[in-house]
Design a protein around this ligand. Sequence first.
Ligand code: FMN
Length: 398
Amino acid sequence: MNNRLPPAGNIPSLPPRRAFIRLVGGGAVLAAGLGSTGCASGLPEAAVQPWRTATAESELRRFMLAHALLAPNPHNRQPWIADLREPGRIQLVCDGERLLPETDPFGRQILIGCGAFIELAVIAAAERGHAVTVTLFPQGAPAARSLPAGTVVATLTMGPAGSAPRDPLYAAIARRHTAKTAYAEGRPLPAALASAWVEAARRHGLQAGTVTAAEPLAALRRIAREAYEIEAITPATWLESARLMRIGPDAIAQHRDGISMSSPMIRMLHATGLFDPMQVPQRGQSSLQRVMDHWTPYETGSGFLWLASTGNARAQQVDAGRAYVRQHLLATAAGVDMHPVSQALQEFDVMRGPYAAVHRALGVDPAQGTVQMLARVGYSVAPAGPSPRRELATMLRT
Ligand SMILES: Cc1cc2nc3c(=O)[nH]c(=O)nc-3n(C[C@H](O)[C@H](O)[C@H](O)COP(=O)(O)O)c2cc1C
């Protein structure tokens, strides 16, 4: 059995947080993005079909939702239920079965994903000429330290035809993908993009900035690496991700969410029982070292983009998602790639050190403000493909 990791330069696409599977006996393998299982993205055709069919919906609310479900969201959980029982409105409900209680104990990241969903719905409605009134938490916001299971996140009320101009970012919705590969080192970002990112944040009441200078960039990379290691060796957080691994085309096609793993090698090892994703890496073991070696491509790129709110109200978390997806669409339109690295922003207990460090590094006092997103930005060495999405029908309450 060859359980050596391929050299980083040969990795066509690095997967999300849980890139590696520990083999029985202590080895580790890169677990995703290495193979093709039947279509250009390496994922089963059915799982990525929603990226191609959104425009085919004729009814306005379905058209909006078919675009909204393409939103970036943590661990691709897609925690969305759209209640259509009231004509002319959409109620977005947070799906309590699709939370991340270990890595996201208060549902902050989940609500960011909901915000991205709302923003894409609004942009899609504008494409058909309809303005949307967004009312956040119409039945009240969840408490700051509870999970938003079943919360009505927003009511979307559509205005008449002709009430909104088209949004130029619409064209980028189906082209936006999170690029988890190595990026070109040090290539400058377009100057206009940095100011457009700040403006996208301001539009939703947030602050944003980029970090590209060598020293602060290196400091942020150190914090991100330490945070990733903490998440990897903490059993609860590692196992939460391990349970979301979708290995092989059948599992990917069945779930159409989570962490897709499609390489033939992984499928073979899995089928023959030669690896155990449920084994947690430990400090001092070579398997953890190998996992950390493969964090290295994430330490490439032109810099980081950060997004912060004054305070950390639930509505601000949703607004962070609205701003973030606009920033990502702006990047896509400008040919720039983005990849959130969220570990240091997570609120579980043992992450306290990196959480404080990342806020300090960005000049945000955690007593006053919250860094909502941190993403590396730049130019991916390989184009990113679409990630799976569940069918619209599975999210509807009619
Ligand atoms: C709040 C939030 C946090 C995220 N954090 C991470 C992260 O830490 N690591 C990562 O690889 N991707 C992260 N992502 C990106 C998601 O993995 C990605 O959006 C999802 O898999 C869907 O893929 P897509 O964006 O290409 O459509 C995050 C996205 C959101 C909205």
